[in-house]
Write a protein that binds this ligand. Structure first.
Ligand SMILES: Cc1cc2nc3c(=O)[nH]c(=O)nc-3n(C[C@H](O)[C@H](O)[C@H](O)COP(=O)(O)OP(=O)(O)OC[C@H]3O[C@@H](n4cnc5c(N)ncnc54)[C@H](O)[C@@H]3O)c2cc1C
Length: 509
């Protein structure tokens, strides 16, 4: 079968999972708890906090020196904050849009569980944040409609921090995770163990999962959990072999990696599969956006929004997408171009760059850094810019002229891709800029098959007793693409399913 082969050029993370039989003589001791949570990202944190609230003694294993925290907002509906803003999200519409985005490959019971429990989970996150005493407030926000027949669901919740908070990034996850981690560390019922990997699940003779083997600097030990084990190990973007095996190579071939963490290596996926768990059919959907540079997205902050002003052209110098679409769709289009995403450019003119500079005071410095790295070029004319980008000058000129003509036409319509020209600008006058663009992969969102209570299912669709999965280690919600127009559904799912799995493990409901 012809297939497009590619390498996933990323720093490989430390895999915790071991498939070999671990001898009893290797286990130094056995610890006891009610609930064992493997992974200390947002899903694991929520599972631990909910379990402790319900009176369980919880052990959390996190193999890195801190839980992964790269995210900005959390999605869901029915929260207190949503009620306060009067922003009504119809749960059935939310479910329908998630199903639509998966081409109806998602499991409705799992999607309904997310939608029905997400408001309660976000409220619980706020209650937990309040315990940290850092005045971090969750608020519900709205996104602009796309206007392209893609229904935005206004489920995004962001975080407000005090004005004097010493923070410069737009990513709030680290602030929130710091606070929630502090709450966990102060919680008597939670034993949070960093630099400790979950290695392998343990079952009793009936097949019930009764705990796991853990590994820290001193070696292997066992943790027994009477109520259950929750896999919260995230995706596998830091595991090149799994990326190659289970995702579309086109999705990462020319992409840079946007995840600075190397914790997500698919350990939970492998632990579940070893016990006969079912998994989302492959290829799994990745979370991929445009605005990428050939290196780490966050290397040079602040320029990402430029591409929403310019036009995107491929290595042949022609437009290929409505540049105003949600980020994942533009990214998919980039990956579908000749060269599978290599050699795509954003063409801007001075007016666009000036508009950008109005929005961002450090724009000049950012542009200089891009030019120094060879990611951005400037010329007085399109004809002079084209060879710097390796493009045919006549074709690029025709592309620009055609686009500009849409603005002066009687109907003022983008006849190629139906971009909304009311929110766009023509490439009227030079100088012109070419900004390299490629996709970025943020994470992988396919995982183990679960039911509405987050119990992991075997191939007969029966729960594997005692085993739960949440967040990106779990499946049933996404297929094909990660829908950015349903904002923050991935952290929403992670937070909600951490909460749901702990509640079910401890309360049985
Ligand atoms: C820059 C960036 C911005 C993003 N912004 C958003 C956003 O605003 N909204 C949104 O919805 N999504 C966003 N995402 C995606 C989001 O970060 C993830 O989907 C989400 O955090 C997944 O949560 P999780 O708990 O499932 O897994 P993770 O956050 O990946 O946490 C998993 C944890 O498990 C640990 N672990 C793994 N294996 C083991 C093991 N064997 N033993 C012990 N510990 C283990 C890892 O070290 C890690 O700490 C963003 C991603 C990136 C990279």
């Amino acid at each position: 079968m012809p297939a497009y082969g590619a390498e996933w050029d990323v720093v490989a993370g430390p895999v915790g999972f071991e498939s070999r039989e671990i001898g009893a003589d290797e286990i130094t001791h056995t610890d006891q708890c009610d609930l064992l949570v493997i992974g200390g990202g947002i899903s694991g944190t929520m599972a631990a906090l909910k379990g402790a609230e319900l009176g369980a003694n919880v052990v959390v294993l996190e193999k890195m020196s801190k839980g992964r925290n790269t995210w900005e907002s959390v999605g869901g509906c029915g929260s207190r904050m949503q009620a306060e803003t009067g922003n009504v999200v119809d749960p059935a519409q939310y479910v329908e849009e998630i199903l639509r985005a998966s081409y109806w490959r998602a499991r409705p019971d799992v999607v309904w569980s997310f939608v029905n429990n997400s408001g309660e989970a976000i409220d619980f996150m706020q209650d937990s944040l309040d315990k940290a005493g850092r005045d971090i407030k969750i608020y519900n926000t709205t996104q602009p409609e796309t206007g392209y027949g893609i229904q935005v669901i206004q489920g995004e919740h962001k975080f407000a921090v005090p004005e004097d908070y010493n923070w410069t990034s737009w990513i709030f996850g680290p602030i929130v995770m710091d606070a929630l981690t502090a709450v966990m560390q102060n919680e008597l019922h939670i034993d949070l163990r960093f630099n400790t990997a979950g290695v392998q699940l343990v079952q009793d003779a009936s097949g019930r999962v009764t705990g796991a083997v853990a590994k820290d600097a001193d070696g292997y030990y066992a943790v027994e959990a009477t109520k259950g084990v929750v896999l919260c190990t995230g995706g596998y973007e830091a595991n090149p072999d799994m990326m190659k095996a289970w995702t579309r190579s086109e999705d990462y071939a020319a992409s840079s990696c946007w995840d600075p963490s190397t914790g997500p290596t698919g350990d939970g996926h492998m632990m579940g599969l070893q016990l006969g768990a079912q998994m989302d059919p492959i290829p799994h959907a990745v979370m991929n956006f445009n605005f990428g540079t050939p290196a780490q997205f966050l290397d040079i902050p602040g320029i990402w929004f430029t591409s929403s002003l310019g036009i995107a052209v491929n290595s042949r110098g022609v437009r290929f997408v409505n540049e105003g679409l949600p980020m994942n769709f533009v990214s998919n289009a980039i990956n579908a171009q000749p060269g599978r995403g290599k050699g795509c450019w954003i063409i801007l003119n001075q007016g666009m760059v000036d508009a950008m500079a109005d929005m961002q005071p450090t724009a000049d410095e950012t542009i200089k850094q891009y030019m120094d790295k060879g990611w951005m070029f400037k010329a007085d004319t399109v004809a002079d810019l084209a060879p710097q980008l390796g493009l045919d000058a006549a074709i690029l000129q025709e592309t620009v002229d055609t686009y500009n003509a849409y603005f002066s036409s009687a109907e003022k319509k983008d006849l190629q891709f139906r971009r909304n020209l009311e929110t766009a600008m023509p490439l009227a006058e030079g100088p012109y800029y070419g900004l390299v663009t490629n996709s970025t992969v943020l994470t992988v969102v396919g995982g183990l098959t679960i039911d509405e209570s987050c119990r992991v299912l075997n191939w007969d669709d029966e729960p594997i007793e005692g085993l739960y999965a949440a967040g990106n280690a779990s499946g049933g919600v996404f297929s094909g693409t990660y829908p950015r127009h349903l904002p923050a559904t991935s952290v929403g799912r992670a937070a909600t399913f951490g909460y749901v799995s702990a509640r079910h493990a401890i309360q049985g409901e």
